[in-house]
Design a protein around this ligand. Sequence first.
Ligand code: SF4
Ligand code: SF4
Length: 166
Amino acid sequence: MKVPWRMVSSWYCSACGKCCKEYKVRLSFYEYLKLKHTGFVEEKVGRYYIKKIKNTCPFQIGNLCSLQGKTKPLACKLYPFVVLKRGDEKALYEYNNEEFYVYVEVGCPNLKLGRSNKKIESLVKEAVQLFLGKRDTNLITCSRFSPTPHQSPLLAYSTFPQKSTL
Ligand code: SF4
Ligand code: SF4
């Protein structure tokens, strides 16, 4: 279930890894092509996804994501935020005179409903910038911690199913 961002009073990511187990991540065609060689992505009726393996995302190591920076899918960088071009008034967010409708998935355990504030607005701004491709890396939205900080994210999944040492 999603609620408009104005109904959220606080959220943070504790890198618990719950969302990577619960959701099947949808990819753009370009993201699908970038990850196709891993064998962990699939096409179904013209839509592209990360496969679920043993009830989780195969790029998850421990609780953390082995894809960061440019390789991490947009949906994952945005989670729990969802940016749409249509929606209702409470979800409206204007950025550079353009209208976006931002919702928040309520499945994250660190989300509190209530009146929104400046902190939530800064998260919404980052989500819209990510959506527009104005930034590659999420700074405050969903976990940006790598399971192996000194290892290239692209090497990290080739070692799957290695256990996280964190
Ligand atoms: S966004 Fe929420 S559910 Fe996902 S890893 Fe962070 S705290 Fe966990
Ligand atoms: S790609 Fe990373 S953030 Fe996205 S579901 Fe998989 S492990 Fe989680």
